[in-house]
Design a binder for this molecule. Structure first.
Ligand code: ADP
Ligand code: MG
Ligand code: ZN
Length: 610
């Protein structure tokens, strides 16, 4: 409401200014009238200078032959001719003037009288008028809230096809099958098969769930309705359920059709898990979805497609048979898929001859489709900034690091001492990582600040892995301690630069013990249950399902693993101090060491994984 009010006041002020300007313009255009006394009027009439006299009550408006305008006033009691005769105007002279007599009670009089009073009233009235009109519009909108804002993609309008989605073979296949259900229901019904009600797309953010759904819309050849679950619950309480009803109603009317609910975890969270207000609303909306899905007749030809990246928080009722009973995994892309995704997003970009997207795919394990799209885009921006005609491979490499770690900050000024510390720190990471069998190989070391990091050591796994072993965890923790240990070893002191490494190592150690059951002492069991406080959507609570004594045991175990990896790092570095120094010196000199050069150095220094 406040917004409407200020808007209207602004309008009123604006109108006022426009009126004021018009008035002043109108005044300027008429000439200033000359104030005349009656005897001056008499003289002018006798001289034959007066063309017209308009009598308006007591006021006289004179129009002179030379175009001037004069005003004067006669005595109230006497007639004009009588007065003028008294002033000595001859009757011949009088006859040359044309007299008009206008009633004083004319329009002009009233206008002049009332305008100053009416104008403010009119303006205030206008303000109220606009305000009411907007308020009424708002009220109408309130009535509209029960309607879902369904976006419909008609098949021919959908510009995305399965060709635009790289990889995800199983997901595509599953969805094609679902589309076939819709198109040829008879085939399946005759076999006594039930048409699936709901298909849930599961997967990490940016892996192409929404993209896949849009591709289905393009491919299906049936009406496709799209709504984001958060649009069900919006602004007003109590509209979620009716919006849901409306969305299903619309989809059923258009059957056979597909209804796509994106980010369904926004409403589909476990019921009763909410904190604070608003979760009731979500529950009602969720209940309504369940009711609607149960209410489909056997031959209702509507399939509900939903997407989420948080299947763990979904209400169990959503997942049971007859609802979202089909689940399609949308995984992070593997190397082959990554190359294909890069190819898709490289379309229409002038790639230089030396570009090798396979190499980029090799260097980007764990990247999602959205990340890869981002890499292509960043590379294009980099090339454009350098006024290159084509995008070279180096820009793609650069883009990977930018997406991974944030932009390079070459301008950040380090003192000589800070540079040295950073160089030894990164050399420490690299050397420990290269000396342990289970650590990922080093791809690049740099002392150029990037994002929050003063320098960085890029380590990437040799090949895609889905599992991580205990030994790998320990090697990674030791590598993380490499920076800290190198600082202590060379300078007898440690810096704040290691803080991120330490917190990551500590977290890893705790997970090792409490989540993965990798502790020898405490054995294969997990401790604590992560609690979701739904309104934050983050793991902020931790339900303690163990005794105080176990808590102390856990702490001791965590400390044991931290100590152990610290010792490993220390052993590696103190036995190879000369190599550490060589790597650090090279870093100070060159700022960045790439994989090839680093591998050559390792050979030269006879450093082997053991
Ligand atoms: P989400 O799974 O979070 O819904 P999106 O579908 O919105 O992710 O994907 C974000 C973007 O990433 C897409 O617009 C697309 O450009 C890109 N992308 C993700 N996966 C793929 C893929 N398999 N093939 C091509 N592009 C992809
Ligand atoms: Mg999405
Ligand atoms: Zn570090």
């Amino acid at each position: 409401m406040m917004k409407f009010l200020t808007k209207n006041i602004l309008w009123a002020v604006g109108i006022f200014f426009v009126i004021a300007i018009l008035f002043s313009l109108a005044y300027k255009e008429t000439k200033e009238p000359i104030q005349l006394t009656l005897d001056q009027v008499a003289i002018k009439i006798n001289a034959g200078e007066v063309a017209k006299i308009a009598v308006n009550g007591d006021a006289l408006n004179l129009e002179l032959k030379n175009g001037d305008i004069g005003i004067s006033k006669k005595e109230a009691e006497a007639g004009l001719t009588e007065t003028l005769t008294n002033y000595g105007v001859s009757s011949e002279a009088m006859q040359q003037v044309s007299f008009t007599i206008t009633e004083e009670s004319g329009f002009k009089f009233w206008a002049a009288m009332l305008l100053p009073i009416l104008l403010p009233i009119l303006i205030i009235g206008a303000i109220f008028f606009f305000m009411f009109r907007q308020a009424k519009g708002g009220a109408n909108q309130a009535f509209m809230f029960g309607k879902a804002k369904l976006k419909m993609f008609t098949p021919f309008k959908g510009t995305v096809s399965f060709d635009d989605v790289a990889g995800l073979k199983e997901a595509k296949q599953e969805l094609m099958e679902v589309v076939d259900f819709l198109k040829n229901p008879k085939k399946y019904l005759e076999m006594g098969a039930k048409i699936p009600r709901g298909v849930l797309l599961l997967g990490a953010p940016g892996c192409g769930k929404t993209l896949l759904a849009r591709a289905v819309a393009g491919q299906a050849g049936v009406p496709f309705f799209h709504i984001s679950a958060s649009e069900f619950v919006e602004m007003f309480v109590g509209v979620g359920a009716s919006r849901t009803r409306d969305a299903f109603e619309t989809a059923k009317r258009a059957a056979p059709s597909i209804l796509f609910i994106d980010e369904i975890d926004a409403i589909g969270r476990e019921r009763g898990a909410g904190v604070g207000g608003g979760h009731d609303e979500r529950e009602q909306t969720l209940n309504q979805i369940l009711v609607e899905m149960d209410g489909f007749d056997k031959d209702t030809n509507v399939i509900v497609l939903a997407a989420t990246n948080r299947p763990d928080v979904l209400d169990a009722a959503l997942l049971r048979a007859g609802r979202f009973d089909r689940r399609v995994m949308v995984d992070l892309p593997n190397m082959e898929d990554r190359e294909a995704i890069l190819q898709i997003h490289g379309r229409g970009k002038p790639l230089a001859k030396d570009v090798n997207l396979k190499q980029i795919a090799v260097r980007t394990p764990g990247f999602s489709g959205a990340d890869l799209e981002n890499i292509m885009n960043e590379a294009a921006i980099l090339a454009a900034r350098k006024s290159e005609k084509q995008i070279p491979q180096v820009d793609l490499y650069e883009a990977i690091e930018k997406v991974l770690l944030g932009p390079e900050r070459k301008s950040k000024v380090f003192s000589q001492k800070e540079r040295e510390i950073t160089a030894y720190h990164e050399a420490g990471h690299a050397l420990v990582g290269s000396s342990l069998k289970d650590a990922d190989p080093v791809h690049k070391i740099s002392v150029i600040a990037r994002g929050h990091a003063g320098g960085y050591t890029l380590k990437l796994p040799m090949e895609e892995t889905f599992l991580k072993t205990r030994k790998q965890f320990l090697a990674e923790m030791a590598t993380l301690f490499g920076g800290y240990v190198a600082e202590r070893l060379m300078f007898g002191d440690s810096s704040t630069g290691a803080s991120n490494d330490l917190s990551r190592a500590s977290e890893m150690a705790r997970k090792l013990v409490t989540k993965y059951g990798m502790s020898e002492k405490l054995g294969p069991q997990t401790f604590g249950k992560a609690q979701e406080l739904v309104f934050l959507g983050k793991e902020i609570g931790h339900e303690k399902n163990y005794s105080e004594k176990t808590a102390a045991d856990i702490d001791a175990e965590v400390k044991y693993y931290i100590d152990q990896s610290y010792q490993t790092a220390k052993k590696v570095l103190s036995s190879q101090k000369a190599s550490l120094e060589k790597i650090a010196k090279r870093l100070i000199e060159k700022e960045t060491i790439e994989k090839e050069e680093f591998d050559a150095m390792l050979k030269e220094l006879k450093i082997k994984k053991a």
